[in-house]
Design a protein around this ligand. Structure first.
Ligand code: LLP
Length: 395
């Protein structure tokens, strides 16, 4: 929610920038932490969603672990104070250099995505005289019913080990003296809003954990990944994800033995609502059939709408007026107009959304693209030799 103080502060600043509302972030972390504590669950923050320094410091201060997907993320997690005993490392293409660095850092667990990777980690750990903790990432063939670019748990995806490959994986594990099988790992996709999908996942985890136990392995960790979605249509803070309902699905449907721990890797749900991309209208272009609002931010600052046809709410925050104690859109007497809201990049796909209904807008107006805290700033690029996008904080 933008107050008049905030919008007048923005008026003094160069655009574009990501605006982080740290109260929203803290409220979200608090909600997740207390819901997880209720069930004794372990949550690793999926750093790929946002590794802005202030965001990382804040998340770390709540005691979350880190889920990393590159050697640099492992390094950053440790530098920002995430305990090394709470760092997990996934990824289909871990290089020898990255594996060696993670072994040196004594991380909690490698989430291993192939039989060949097991052999490589075994060799590299052996050369250091170490034993590596591993969890097998299994592809459970569960359809997450989300955008196909962010579905990961189907057999057609490159992630994890397919179920039919598990007997070979079990043999490999028996022969690898420098590996300790800690558990099994899953991640079926992102922006999952139908909790039924997680029930299906629980059923598969139950079957597969049982399979390993019957083969004589002790499965201590059930890591069910992340994927909890957020409401992009209602970006305000009262709409933080329902962690309570999410964890309850696992409490109700996952078979957990007394010696087992349940781990999660949440990214989006922890950070999405805490940031907006703030841009200025550079030009208003009236075409024959279309009106364009041309912003000073585009796909180089936030690529989600262009890459996944993702919806983000768009507001003209220079045209808000005070209704009661709150700012709301549309001044009296103003004509709402439809605009294609586009960026300055030399690509036709550089469009945040077509036919957006907004109050009549003018050069210099500030536009907020909401719910941009996850996979926003981290996916920014320098295409067209653009400047690095700045960050501004609520305090
Ligand atoms: N664990 C693993 C192994 C993952 O690959 C991911 C995300 C997560 C956890 C965290 O998932 P989350 O809780 O954030 O859904 N750039 C896309 C999303 C890509 C997600 C990649 N993996 C987007 O902007 O929608």
């Amino acid at each position: 929610m933008f107050t008049q103080d905030i919008t007048s502060r923005f008026g003094q600043l160069e655009t574009p920038f990501y605006y982080y509302d740290l109260d929203v972030l803290r409220n979200t972390l608090q909600a997740c932490q207390s819901a997880a504590q209720k069930y004794g669950y372990h949550v690793h923050y999926a750093m790929k969603a946002n590794f802005n320094p202030k965001v990382l410091q804040t998340i770390q201060s709540y005691g979350f672990g880190a889920d990393c997907v590159s050697g640099n993320e492992v390094k950053a997690a440790i530098e920002y104070g995430f305990g090394k005993d709470k760092v997990v490392f996934a990824g289909v293409g871990k290089s020898d250099r990255e594996i060696n660095a993670a072994l040196d850092a004594d991380i909690f667990c490698f989430n291993v995505e192939s039989q060949q990777e097991l052999l490589v980690i075994n060799d590299l750990a052996g050369a250091k005289g170490k034993t590596a903790n591993v969890a097998i990432r299994i592809n459970p063939n569960v359809d997450a019913h989300t955008h196909h670019y962010i579905t990961t748990g189907l057999e057609e995806n490159k992630f994890g080990v397919n179920v039919w490959q598990l007997p070979d994986v079990a043999d490999t594990l028996r022969n690898c003296k420098n590996l300790n099988l800690l558990g099994i790992h899953f991640h079926i996709g992102s922006q999952i809003t139908d909790l039924e999908t997680f029930k299906t996942l629980c059923t598969r985890v139950n079957e597969l954990s049982e399979w390993f136990e019957q083969k004589g392995f002790n499965i201590k960790v059930l890591n069910v990944g992340g994927g909890l979605g957020v409401n992009y249509y209602s970006p305000d803070q009262d709409n933080i994800a329902n962690f309570e309902a999410y964890f309850k699905v696992f409490a109700d449907f996952l078979n957990v033995k007394p010696n087992q721990e349940v781990h999660f890797e949440l990214g989006r749900a922890l950070v999405a609502q805490s940031a907006s991309l703030i841009a200025r209208v550079l030009y208003v272009k009236n075409g024959l059939k279309k009106n364009f609002l041309i912003l000073d931010a585009g796909m180089t600052e936030l690529i989600r709408p262009m890459l996944y046809q993702a919806y983000h709410q768009i507001e003209n925050i220079s045209r808000l007026s005070v209704v009661g104690s709150q700012l709301s859109e549309e001044k009296e007497g103003q004509q709402p107009t439809q605009y294609d809201v586009v960026g300055p990049i030399c690509e036709s796909t550089d469009c945040f959304r077509k036919d957006v209904e907004l109050p009549e807008s003018f050069r210099g107006d500030l536009i907020a693209v909401r719910t941009a805290g996850a996979y926003g700033e981290v996916m920014a690029s320098h295409y067209n030799l653009r400047d690095q996008v700045e960050s501004v904080y609520s305090e």
